[in-house]
Design a protein around this ligand. Structure first.
Ligand code: AMP
Ligand code: ZN
Length: 376
């Protein structure tokens, strides 16, 4: 239901709030201004399409963990974490971390990096900017135009820049400047929504020798526009992600897909996190929703590691994505026999992992499971 809500907000700016009923049989939609007939008709159609797609995409569970003593009822609130001076909001969906929060993010990331290195992964440092043409090549801009975050360059025009300075001096907020595109124009870059696109770009036009696939790892900040769903540490505009990426022959990549499942399972065991690993699908743009969603869930190409809360919707802390030869074809990653390479990645959303750990075990490391305390 959270996903349906998120998608519906993108239909019109005039939607103020979407409230599903407790039994999920109806949805109340509150508008800022009276909606016109065409908008109501289009909403009706999209809601039907979304529910249809959900009904058709049956989800199966790969594993489930339940810990007896867990007191995990719902995600820890940002107010609680702010009161403890562990986070500070720097705007909607953007946070700074301090104290045990930053120690846990760093410790967790180091732990994950060491796991990747123990599997012989090569580590990379990627920028937070990604060229927009890479996002087009990877299919991201087509599939997720509603989540993309392109960046802007100033126009090289002294008059225009002077007039912008004047508007700013007068106290106008940049987001309210109507003639914004008089001052800035779309650049060739976007804020990167994930880590692995950089990796395919890095290896573009490579040939993988027989039995010589590649495992890589990197951590970076990622950016997604979540619209009105932005909130808490669950839906951030900027978040940190560590990814492991396997590229090469199908057998090599499938071996790592299984490894990634085992790594996710062991982490949840060690850290005593209530969770399920389930087949899932991406929040594709509304036009493409049905077919792609069913394809992904049907072939179990996307698996999501979901934290289970007693009194809140489950939350994805990691995902394992098997892309078959999709990126191999998009980025011309070839095998020795000329066929396109396969790829698979696992992404760990570090902010959500940390908030899940705090929600489950509290913020005092003395009360954490031993394996968890060891990583900070
Ligand atoms: P995805 O590529 O959509 O499967 O996302 C990979 C992981 O990134 C998810 O499992 C989350 O842990 C994390 N993630 C995705 N979107 C957000 C967000 N808006 N805020 C915080 N974490 C996110
Ligand atoms: Zn990825």
């Amino acid at each position: 239901m959270e996903e349906i809500k998120k998608q519906l907000y993108f239909i019109s700016e005039t939607i103020e709030k979407i409230k599903p009923s407790n039994d999920f049989l109806s949805i109340e939609i509150i508008f800022k201004i009276n909606p016109h007939k065409e908008l109501l008709e289009s909403l009706d159609l999209e809601i039907k399409k979304l529910f249809e797609a959900f009904k058709l995409s049956k989800k199966s569970i790969v594993f489930e963990k339940k810990f007896q003593n867990s007191r995990c009822e719902k995600p820890i609130s940002t107010e609680t974490l702010s009161d403890l001076s562990l986070i500070k909001s720097l705007g909607s969906g953007v946070y700074a971390y301090a104290g045990i929060f930053q120690r846990l993010i760093n410790g967790l990331d180091k732990h994950l990096k060491n796991i990747a290195l123990s599997l012989d992964a090569d580590e990379f440092i990627f920028p937070n900017l990604v060229s927009t043409s890479t996002l087009i090549k990877s299919g991201y801009l087509k599939n997720f135009p509603h989540q993309s975050q392109p960046i802007y360059d100033p126009n090289c025009n002294i008059e225009s820049l002077r007039s912008l300075r004047q508007e700013i001096k007068e106290g106008v907020r940049v987001s309210e400047i109507e003639s914004f595109n008089q001052y800035y124009k779309a650049s060739d870059f976007s804020l990167s929504p994930a880590v692995c696109y950089h990796c395919y770009e890095f290896f573009e036009n490579s040939i993988f020798e027989k039995d010589k696939g590649k495992l890589t790892t990197a951590m970076q900040s990622c950016y997604r526009f979540e619209g009105k769903s932005t909130g808490g540490l669950e839906r951030l505009r900027e978040f940190k992600m560590r990814e492991f990426i396997a590229m090469g022959e199908p057998e090599f990549v499938q071996y790592f897909q299984n490894k990634f499942i085992n790594i996710a399972s062991k982490l949840c065991e060690d850290f005593e996190i209530n969770c399920q690993l389930k087949s899932a699908s991406d929040p594709f743009f509304i036009d493409d929703y049905n077919a792609k969603r069913i394809f992904q869930t049907g072939f179990e190409l996307k698996l999501e590691l979901l934290t289970q809360f007693k009194k809140a919707p489950s939350l994805a802390i990691s995902s394992i994505n098997y892309h078959q030869d999709y990126f191999g074809n998009s980025f011309n990653l070839r095998l020795h026999n000329g066929k396109a390479a396969h790829s698979c990645c696992i992404g760990f959303g570090l902010d959500r992992w940390c908030s899940t750990i705090f929600s489950t075990h509290g913020v005092d490391p003395m009360k954490w499971p031993d394996e968890l305390r060891k990583i900070i």
